[in-house]
Design a protein around this ligand. Structure first.
Ligand SMILES: Cc1cc2nc3c(=O)[nH]c(=O)nc-3n(C[C@H](O)[C@H](O)[C@H](O)COP(=O)(O)O)c2cc1C
Length: 482
């Protein structure tokens, strides 16, 4: 894997992104005018101390670029204007002159263990970090975390202020610090972060479900920098007019994510329904897949075939249908089409923990998505968090258990009890469960009422108890062979 997330998230930050199925890409270079990524970097903490907001402004730029968590180091006893007057012998002067001074901090960082990169910001006080930074460093365990100091000042450089902190967190990996003048732009901060070459893991499991509406699913930010709706329609087993009508109906209901595959034999119909919908191409996210065997052996031809059949200018996401001979070769062919702009993102299907690490070591583009069989009876409780930690979005095919099994899952007493509580269908409960555990879903249906129902899961939410009750239904019951 040659590309790392440090670069990747910056790319994400360079993209102009909007919600509700709009994955418009802004290729301009002016970072200042563009929106930040909508997905947080789950491993980044930006801790800062600031009395007159200068350092805070830089901290907020870092937050805007990385989408990490912002934490203000607040003194138990606030600094008054008099305290800050320097060279007056006031409080700040005294503390800086006292090697044992450790001003108390109000509160602490929640879940410190989940962060592995800490940006640490402070104003320069007499050439050094304020003593409250010393308090902060001594109050937490920074073992194995990367600390990136940054500071602001009137005119001094960072000097020894950062290296003098090292002994307070000796087990951390310290990056060289950087001083920023007060008028520093977000652009400058973004470039600095990119140069740090640190691993930023996008939080691909935290969907803004409150931002969704029935008929308008929210999106998740992929590690490729594109947004994808968190609910879509799967078209497996839909053919001919039935497929065209199902996709048309889905688009009319507000569905903006369509999943197809060479093997489904319906890419032509999917493309036709999209072209005829009158909806802007940029608003629709299309996934297709190439298949092991002849297609993996001659992937360029297979990809061109998909592009021709779909005839929608470009493909949003191309997946490998499942592992097989020549899968690395096929993936690399997809990478080439990404470079040419004919495919935007790449991912895998039916890929598990045993296969992923070895695979990603052989390719350049990090997989943005893994589409697997996931449903209440086969929850992939180990696979889902494993892939999420890699920054890969997980997507459920067979979200209701698959053909021949949906009846059993829909009638499961736990599911029906929860459905009755919320006055929704079993299908809606299951979809909501997928989304609340951070799994994107592509239920298949040709029934317009069901399609509408499936995109209507944003007016209720499942409690922690309800989520646990459904988690308890897992029985490792795989319904397909992949
Ligand atoms: C007690 C104290 C000492 C300071 N010492 C220096 C200094 O040595 N060099 C310098 O350039 N600025 C110094 N400053 C100015 C601050 O570093 C500068 O205004 C900083 O940007 C303030 O950050 P803040 O707004 O986040 O609190 C000092 C300020 C205070 C209050």
């Amino acid at each position: 894997m040659k590309k790392i997330f440090g670069v990747l998230l910056i790319v994400m930050a360079l993209l102009g992104l909007t919600a509700c199925g709009n994955n418009k890409v802004n290729t301009g270079n002016n970072v200042e005018t563009l929106n930040p990524p909508t997905t947080s970097a789950s491993n980044i903490l930006i801790a800062y101390f600031s009395c007159t907001n200068t350092t805070e402004t830089i901290a907020k730029h870092i937050e805007s670029v990385t989408k990490g968590a912002l934490y203000e180091i607040v003194p138990e006893e606030p600094y008054t204007a008099d305290d800050l007057k320097y060279y007056t012998g006031g409080r700040a002067d005294k503390e800086q002159a006292d090697s044992s001074a450790r001003p108390a901090i109000r509160g602490d960082v929640e879940n410190m263990e989940k962060y592995d990169v800490v940006f640490l910001g402070y104003p320069i006080w007499h050439g050094q970090a304020p003593k409250i930074i010393y308090t902060f460093l001594e109050s937490c365990d920074f073992s194995d975390k990367t600390i990136v100091p940054f500071c602001t000042s009137h005119s001094s450089g960072i000097g020894s202020s950062d290296t003098n902190l090292h002994s307070l967190a000796p087990n951390a990996q310290w990056k060289s610090g950087r001083r920023f003048p007060s008028n520093t732009s977000r652009n400058t901060v973004a470039e600095w972060i990119e140069s740090l070459d640190i691993k930023l893991t996008p939080d691909v499991a935290a969907f803004d479900l409150d931002g969704g509406e029935n008929g308008c699913a929210p999106t998740v930010m992929l590690n490729s920098g594109y947004e994808m709706p968190v609910l879509g329609i799967g078209t497996y087993s839909l053919h001919g007019e039935t497929c065209v009508n199902a996709v048309r109906s889905a688009l009319e209901s507000g569905v903006r994510l369509i999943d197809t595959a060479y093997m489904y034999g319906n890419e032509k119909e999917v493309g036709q329904a999209i072209r005829e919908s009158g909806i802007s191409r940029e608003e629709i996210f299309v996934i297709t897949k190439i298949y092991p065997g002849a297609q993996f052996a001659n992937p360029e031809q297979a990809i061109r075939e998909s592009l021709d059949k779909l005839n929608i200018d470009y493909i949003d996401m191309m997946l490998l249908h499942h592992p097989g001979e020549n899968d690395v070769k096929a993936y690399k062919a997809i990478e080439k089409f990404i470079e040419q702009g004919k495919i935007r993102s790449v991912g895998l299907s039916n890929w598990y923990i045993e296969e992923i690490d070895d695979f990603i070591s052989q390719v350049d583009a990090f997989p943005a998505l893994i589409q697997n069989e996931i449903h209440p009876y086969y929850q992939e409780q180990a696979v889902v968090p494993y892939m999420h930690n890699l920054g890969i979005v997980m997507q459920a095919w067979y979200p209701f258990g698959g053909r021949g099994h949906t009846g059993e899952i829909f009638n499961n007493q736990t599911i029906t009890r929860i459905a009755n509580t919320h006055n929704v269908s079993s299908a809606q409960v299951i979809l909501r469960w997928h989304l609340q555990r951070g799994v994107v879903a592509i239920p298949g249906s040709s029934n317009p009422d069901h399609i509408r129902e499936n995109i209507s899961v944003f007016h209720f939410s499942l409690s922690d108890d309800e989520m646990s009750a459904i988690a308890g239904l897992d029985r490792n019951d795989k319904h397909d062979w992949y």
